[in-house]
Design a binder for this molecule. Structure first.
Ligand SMILES: Nc1ncnc2c1ncn2[C@@H]1O[C@H](COP(=O)(O)OP(=O)(O)OP(=O)(O)O)[C@@H](O)[C@H]1O
Ligand code: SF4
Ligand SMILES: [Mg+2]
Length: 379
């Protein structure tokens, strides 16, 4: 099946209040910097001033290179780690302190590696029974287990319930991991690279399962990936991170058809395309910066083909490009407003936003869905 055939889901079902929201999240990690006797503790800023809203019945794609902070955002939202700054809200209300059971019952994470996420000594049934009992005290356990397995398309359920993880394929294990997350009846699913360790032949089936959970069960889903093509396929909205910061967000088709930020343009130019034998590699344009001492101004400026003097000195403001489309880039600010000291990295200058066409000279060729060369229907 060609992935280009899938129609993106409607966003008409978006709830008024986001199911889960992170506002101005910042996370530092203490790491060892330097070597030998010069080694000392240093502070690494993995995520800075990052805001995100996940609404029922929508998938939000979070895209960026390795080390850009995607998993840290997911872990912050799951309350596995605590932000140094910023707050979480559930249905518009401040989230509880710590991570009570009531929180994990609403917000579940699905991890990248289906091979280590299931205990090899237990049958599938065991993995599902525990959350069913703890969170909901389900009485007809067998019926509840069968229902979960059917929801993730592992049928007949009796056959899969009695299997050990080593008897399952990678795709089937990931379906069990998703079933386990669904057992607590969450409203938010944080899926961190859920298909990246799977064979390309089974990825599309898993993405379609996530799309079904959005459409059928109205889940709010965060889809973390480094593959912008798969985000375009699945997500309603895409957010692009670079070096711990949000650089662009927009409805999926808008972002991939008319990327406004040079980094998004770079990601798209390196995405697989059936018309190109060899896409340019991201590494060819330089590497992401150190998060211990990131570049001044725009963090992307050492790699940016459009970098200007102000980019080296001032943090770019978030500039509205079109409805729901925002890019943090000086190229989209009126030249008359691009004065050093004009922003301070806080907000766009008043009336300074200039809605310009793609500054890199037009959208990358999106005639072919970049997914079509990487993902195939599950066999
Ligand atoms: N517990 C930790 N202690 C120290 N540094 C950390 C910790 N967790 C993450 N980091 C650092 O924070 C930065 C962001 O990491 P993160 O895992 O969020 O990136 P990512 O975008 O998910 O990358 P990938 O695509 O490789 O999974 C990286 O520099 C990483 O080394
Ligand atoms: S702000 Fe400047 S350096 Fe940063 S992406 Fe825009 S043009 Fe490039
Ligand atoms: Mg990660």
């Amino acid at each position: 099946m060609s992935v280009a055939a899938r129609t993106p889901s409607t966003t008409a079902s978006v709830a008024a209040e986001p199911a889960l929201e992170g506002r101005n999240l910042t996370k530092y990690f203490s790491v060892k910097g330097g070597r030998g006797i010069f080694a000392r503790r240093a502070r690494l800023c993995a995520v800075e001033d990052f805001s995100i809203a996940l609404s029922a019945g929508t998938v939000t794609g979070l895209v960026g290179e390795s080390g850009s902070g995607k998993t840290t955002v997911a872990r912050l939202l799951a309350k596995v780690i605590t932000p140094d700054l910023g707050e979480l809200f559930i249905d518009g209300e401040p989230a509880p302190r710590r991570r009570p059971r009531s929180y994990t019952a609403q917000v579940q994470m699905v991890l990248q590696d289906p091979f280590s996420s299931l205990n090899p000594v237990y049958r599938v049934r065991h993995d599902l029974v525990r959350p069913l009992r703890i969170h909901h005290g389900a009485t007809d356990i067998d019926a509840a287990v069968s229902d979960l397995l059917r929801r993730v398309a592992l049928e007949p359920p009796e056959r899969f319930a009695n299997k050990f993880p080593h008897e399952l394929s990678g795709g089937q294990r990931q379906r069990v991991a998703i079933a386990r997350a669904l057992a607590v009846r969450p409203r938010v699913l944080l899926a961190d690279e859920p298909v990246s360790m799977l064979d390309v032949s089974v990825r599309l089936g898993l993405l379609n399962l996530l799309a079904d959970l959005r459409d059928r069960d109205h889940l709010a889903i965060l889809y973390v990936t480094h593959d912008i093509g798969s985000a375009r396929y699945l997500a309603d909205t895409i957010m692009v991170m670079y070096a711990g910061k949000l650089v662009e967000s927009a409805p999926s088709a808008t972002l991939t058809d008319s990327p406004a930020h040079p980094y998004t343009q770079l990601l798209l130019s390196a995405a697989p395309d059936p018309d190109r034998a060899e896409p340019p590699s991201l590494a060819g344009s330089g590497a992401p910066p150190s998060l211990i001492s990131p570049p001044s101004g725009c963090r992307f400026h050492p790699r940016c083909p459009h970098a200007m003097e102000i980019c080296r000195r001032e943090v770019p403001p978030d500039v509205p490009i079109s409805s729901g489309h925002v890019a943090a880039c000086w190229l989209h600010v009126d030249p008359a407003q691009r004065r050093v000291g004009s922003n301070g990295g806080e907000a766009p200058p008043e009336d300074g936003a200039q809605h310009r066409p793609n500054p890199a000279g037009g959208s990358p060729d999106r005639e072919h869905d970049p997914m079509s060369s990487t993902i195939h229907e599950e066999g």
